[in-house]
Design a protein around this ligand. Structure first.
Ligand SMILES: [Zn+2]
Length: 584
């Protein structure tokens, strides 16, 4: 859309007068106000991370000034809104401070060594100015020499960055400090990698291997929409996770993860995941995910596509790029099946609902989550696998999920310039693949498990359960040791402990008169010797009151899956397998 009127940028200045105390000083100047009052809003969430985080809780010392520097009256009108009585002023300036001390890929953090700006928790906006451009001037603290961000530099200025609208600004994190920066070019895109917090990575190896992941992901979509892309990598003693953005990403990694082949492969998997998102969810997206409502939940039933398909492709890209063997890749699939099928919540919460309720369930896990919910990441990845295999089978290896993603990106993002709804994605995938996906959507809309083998057989694979036919008594709890006590941390739905009334937070003391030890030896011994139907006396302490429960042992429902490769593949299975697992 053409700019209609008054497109002069909103100016932000970020400085750090007390980085050691974790503060960001923000100065925001809004030109062309000319109104009696203006309302400023701080977002409540960071897109990509589906939880209301109430970023305004970190704001203090909010003040407003007119063009001549005179104070203007301000009033808070909501938890994340400030009204400024502008009195018809042309320009107003507001200043505020943001406390930034939460370590994660979607929250800001400042200390004496660096600043990480997660934009939705730092920048405010004016409702009817969300399409306005903005400029961010960064004034680094003494000794900080580098700025890494997907935002473009304003030509002719130092450390001043430009965003064409607030959606771009909110999608562009900024790292300021002395990060170790290396670059590589791949798929026609210049990539910058800003390594923060040390680590034993090998730059030369990463340049080569990350480029391969980038090339592989780009091949699927046949186009890379960016000219420049920035990886901001935060290293911690123990860390993980990532957050996707339009032309950048923030990754969390364990400082020494690069030491082992598994750790290294895990890092490349995270790179692949967040990079794949630049198409799937940042551009090809459910209708609810852009333009965003920054002040409330944005509901979609399609995170199993946005996140699940991305999770499917992260392992697949790592395999196709040659960083994991076929056997390792099959283990990745098996891991997802084990996790989903051994979770009681898989039969309670449908996948579409898991997506819709991410705000109150996936991002707010509690002791009962294993019994009530399923992850749209790993179950979504399994749906992608089933769709891929079915497509490849029905099309003799010529059309798979790659082609569906390619077509959906073109149709919804490039041609229509909008997000898709539930029905539209399905219809498009069915059209591209010439098949019905009713079977898959039935699985998404009900809390049920697929008949894996009817799909895996297309690629000459078979899933077997080593526990099938075995009857093993099982208590159905998890425990943790707290202050030398054995504390129940979760109870599986419909298990022995569930039926028998053992509660989360109970301290287990003895079973059948024998004291339990924190090493778990006695519990393991008595469990191994138990038969279904045995009666146990469990002595426990609940909130300081000792009691004995009589429980009756029930059989374990745990599955021990294995993925078996058929010795001989028929020609069609070979076509499917070769196309599915083709190397870049
Ligand atoms: Zn993701």
């Amino acid at each position: 859309m053409a700019q209609l009127h008054n497109a002069s940028p909103v100016y932000f200045e970020l400085s750090f007068s007390e980085p050691q105390a974790h503060y960001i000083d923000v100065r925001m100047t809004i030109p062309g106000v000319k109104k009696e009052s203006v309302e400023l809003t701080m977002p409540v969430w960071a897109p990509g991370s589906y939880l209301i985080r109430e970023f305004s809780k970190n704001v203090e010392a909010f003040e407003a000034f007119g063009s001549a520097g005179q104070s203007l009256k301000t009033t808070k009108t909501a938890k994340n809104k400030w009204q400024v009585i502008a009195g018809g002023e042309e320009n107003i300036t507001v200043t505020y401070r943001v406390y930034a001390f939460e370590v994660s890929v979607r929250t800001s953090f400042v200390d004496a060594s660096h600043a990480f700006i997660s934009p939705t928790g730092v920048f405010m906006f004016v409702d009817d100015m969300i399409d306005r451009p903005s400029e961010v001037k960064v004034i680094p603290f003494a000794g900080w020499k580098k700025v890494s961000t997907g935002l473009e530099l304003v030509s002719g200025k130092t450390d001043a960055y430009y965003a064409e609208n607030f959606d771009i600004l909110f999608d562009s994190p900024i790292e300021i400090g002395n990060q170790d920066v290396f670059t590589f070019d791949a798929a026609g895109v210049h990539h910058e990698v800003a390594m923060v917090g040390g680590g034993n990575y090998d730059k030369m190896r990463l340049q080569k291997d990350m480029a391969k992941i980038v090339e592989g992901a780009t091949q699927i979509f046949d186009e890379n929409p960016n000219k420049r892309y920035v990886f901001i990598v935060h290293h911690y003693a123990n860390g993980g996770g990532g957050l996707e953005h339009l032309n950048s990403t923030v990754l969390g990694a364990s400082r020494f993860a690069y030491e082992t082949e598994n750790g290294y492969k895990g890092f490349l998997g995270l790179v692949a995941h967040e990079y794949f998102h630049l198409w799937n969810i940042k551009r090809l997206r459910p209708a609810a995910l852009g333009p965003f409502d920054y002040s409330a939940e944005n509901y979609t039933t399609n995170l199993w596509i946005g996140e699940g398909f991305t999770a499917y492709y992260d392992n697949l890209l790592v395999h196709r790029a040659g960083f994991s063997s076929q056997e390792q890749y099959f283990q990745d699939i098996l891991g997802d099946i084990q996790a989903v099928e051994n979770r009681a919540g898989n039969h309670v919460q449908p996948l579409g609902e898991a997506s819709f309720d991410a705000w109150i369930k996936y991002y707010r896990q509690d002791e009962n989550s294993v019994n009530t919910g399923v992850s749209y990441y790993n179950k979504g990845a399994l749906m992608a696998l089933l769709i891929d295999l079915k497509l490849l089978h029905e099309n003799n290896g010529a059309i798979g999920l790659d082609e569906v993603m390619h077509a959906a990106y073109r149709e919804f993002y490039k041609r229509e310039g909008r997000g898709y709804n539930d029905e539209e994605f399905k219809t498009l995938a069915e059209k591209v693949g010439g098949i019905s996906l009713d079977d898959i959507y039935d699985l998404v809309n009900t809390a049920s498990s697929p008949d894996y083998n009817s799909y895996l057989a297309y690629a000459g694979l078979e899933l077997i359960d080593l526990n099938e036919g075995k009857v093993t008594a099982d208590l159905g709890i998890r425990t943790k040791i707290v202050d030398g006590e054995i504390i129940v941390s979760s109870v599986s739905r419909a298990s022995t402990a569930w039926d028998g009334g053992i509660n989360v937070n109970d301290e287990l003391i003895a079973i059948n008169g024998y004291r339990l030890d924190v090493a778990g030896r006695e519990l393991a011994r008595v469990t191994a010797a138990a038969s279904v139907g045995d009666e146990w006396k469990v002595l426990l302490s609940r909130d300081g009151i000792v009691q004995e429960l009589n429980i009756k042992m029930k059989p374990s429902t745990a599955k021990a899956f294995q993925l078996v490769e058929k010795d001989q593949l028929n020609p069609k299975q070979l076509l499917v397998r070769n196309r599915w697992l083709r190397q870049f």
